[in-house]
Design a protein around this ligand. Structure first.
Ligand code: ATP
Ligand code: NI
Length: 305
């Protein structure tokens, strides 16, 4: 359904001497999602998760330069086709609740995104699932709590009938029940044949529902793993960063990884993870590894076995 190939995103800005400065935020990124599948994209803050989502939808700011290819149902996306597909075939649950239209009643916002079926019925059903009272439909976004606003955003995307659903951190502010409801909605969408991209920094939430997990680090996918690879001591995992993420979970050893993710303007020359990696050799410091297939997944590491 979705294939992202060699995606890079650069930003241009002017420094204090009015010189142009380019910073690359996403580098040579590959991933794909099939119909019926939930792919989680995990990574810490600033790793490029939202930029990836915005590139697929074609809503990056105008100072962003994009290279590489994004295919949807086999068709290479262009700004024109993105405009046509956005909100119809490809729906975004945005990270910020500020994407709600402040001047439109929220029930109307949900109803407007329906393309098949009775908008009023589908909106009422969605509200019901989330325990939103019927009168809330008449409210404006400023009257909602953060959790309610998020429920409206999720409802808007899930009633749209889109084939590709991109959820950018959909769960903050939701209580446990609403979170479970949301994740099971995604599973239901996948069962109906949709492809779902679940962007989150919550690895544990990702593991409850995703089929595969793409791990983003400093603007690139370092590993694509199966959910079942996250087990025991992490010996099925391929990349040292993914192993470290797994061991850092509270349910595991709660062991923090030393060091920090490099800033986009100060990336190391070779492998982006080399400065924090216990396996790093001089080769890792020289060359950025290309992604390669390994045990039903993918990895970007010279030493992964
Ligand atoms: N409009 C922009 N202009 C310049 N840099 C940007 C812009 N938008 C994002 N960036 C930079 O790109 C990098 C990736 O940002 P992005 O929002 O994709 O991160 P993220 O993984 O979604 O983080 P979070 O978990 O905090 O949402 C960050 O360093 C960010 O500062
Ligand atoms: Ni983000």
């Amino acid at each position: 359904m979705l294939e992202v190939s060699k995606l890079s995103i650069r930003f241009t800005r002017f420094d204090r001497r009015l010189r142009q400065v380019h910073t690359e935020m996403i580098h040579n990124l590959h991933l794909s999602i099939s119909s019926g599948e939930i792919l989680a994209v995990v990574g810490s803050s600033g790793s490029g998760k939202s930029l990836l989502a915005h590139a697929i939808l074609g809503i990056l700011p105008s100072n962003a330069q994009v290279s590489g290819d994004i295919y949807f149902k086999g068709e290479a996306l262009t700004p024109a086709s993105q405009r046509r597909l956005r909100g119809k075939e490809i729906a975004l649950i945005p990270q910020s609740v500020q994407y709600l239209d402040p001047l439109m009643r929220v029930g109307e916002q949900v109803r407007q995104s329906v393309r098949q079926g009775d908008p009023a019925v589908l909106q009422r059903k969605a509200f019901n699932k989330y325990d939103l009272a019927e009168y809330v439909a008449k409210w404006f976004p400023f009257q909602l709590s953060g959790g309610m606003a998020r429920k409206i955003l999720i409802s808007t995307a899930t009633v749209s009938g889109a084939r590709l659903l991109i959820a950018d951190e959909p769960t903050p502010g939701l209580d446990d029940l609403a979170m479970t409801e949301t994740l099971s909605r995604f599973r239901q969408k996948a069962e109906e044949g949709c492809a779902v991209m679940l962007i989150t920094h919550d690895v544990e939430a990702a593991l409850t529902v995703a089929d595969r997990i793409a791990v983003l680090y400093a603007g690139t996918v370092v590993e694509i793993a199966l959910r079942s690879d996250f087990t025991a001591d992490g010996e099925m995992l391929r990349h040292p960063y993914t192993k470290a993420l797994w061991k850092a979970l509270p349910s595991q050893q709660f062991a923090a990884i030393p060091g920090v993710q490099p800033a986009p303007a100060a990336l190391p020359k070779g492998c982006v993870f080399a400065p924090r990696c216990s396996l790093a050799t001089s080769e890792c410091e020289e060359f950025a590894p290309e992604p390669r297939k390994l045990r039903h997944g993918e990895v970007r590491c010279l030493h992964a076995t």
